[in-house]
Unconditional design. Sequence first.
Length: 295
Amino acid sequence: MDLRRLPYFVAVAEERSVGKAAERLRMAQPPLSLQIRKLESEIGTALFRRGSRGMDLTEAGQALLSRARAALALAAEGAESARAVAAGRRGRLSVGYMFVLANAVLPKLVPELRRSLPGADLEFVELSASTREARLLDHSVTVALCMPAIRHPEIQAAQIGTQPLMLALPARSPLARLTAVPVSRLHGRPLIALPRPGEEPASSAVAALLRRHQVEMPIASRVETVHSAMSLVLAGEGLAILPACAALGAPRGIIFKPFLDATDTFEIAICWRRDVDSPLIRNFRKCAERVVARL
């Protein structure tokens, strides 16, 4: 059966007139009559009989009508689904995020995504400095919210914002009494490095800050996550230079202080595989940009 004839059949059945159905379909009556005859020939039985009130359905026609309507509705739904996926309104989006951004960004980003992409199947995956690149490359994460951007030939990155660098220190530290800390006051103090120096360019922002001020801080510990860094700071193992948004997840006893003579920042970026051209990623980027702009 040629499924293209189903709209003709439904129109005639609902209008109970070939003439009215032809007007509804904006076509001439003879071609419509021909399509109905061909459909009946394909099925092998009459679908209509002429009655006192026009074209009446036979029992076979009645059996076909409900299924024809369902088939047309399903086809329309399929077309709309395809358009929604093409427009980035529907589909599966696995969003990776780094812990440092969780408290500042996710409470605002998730509702924004739910409003903007109501048809999308969203999943959220926590990443670390050591896992974020691999999760993107093996497709287990569609897009990653990172600080800083991932530098890899197969990964595309777009900066969507920045966060100022701040000093995380114990509340009992003498430096905690200062409104803002001069970078020179860090000289010789142990540093909790985040992430591991030499393995990830995230350390470059901190390294550049210290080099510019000719300050040396011996590495006390090397960690991957801000919560590990803050735990060691709280334990008195050293100081950490972290993005300001990390303060939202700071445990009691840790305070964040701005620098008196530095305005350096960490970049916030979204990253995705270069070979994945998904409208969902473009829509995600717009949502993320709106949220980060309000931080």
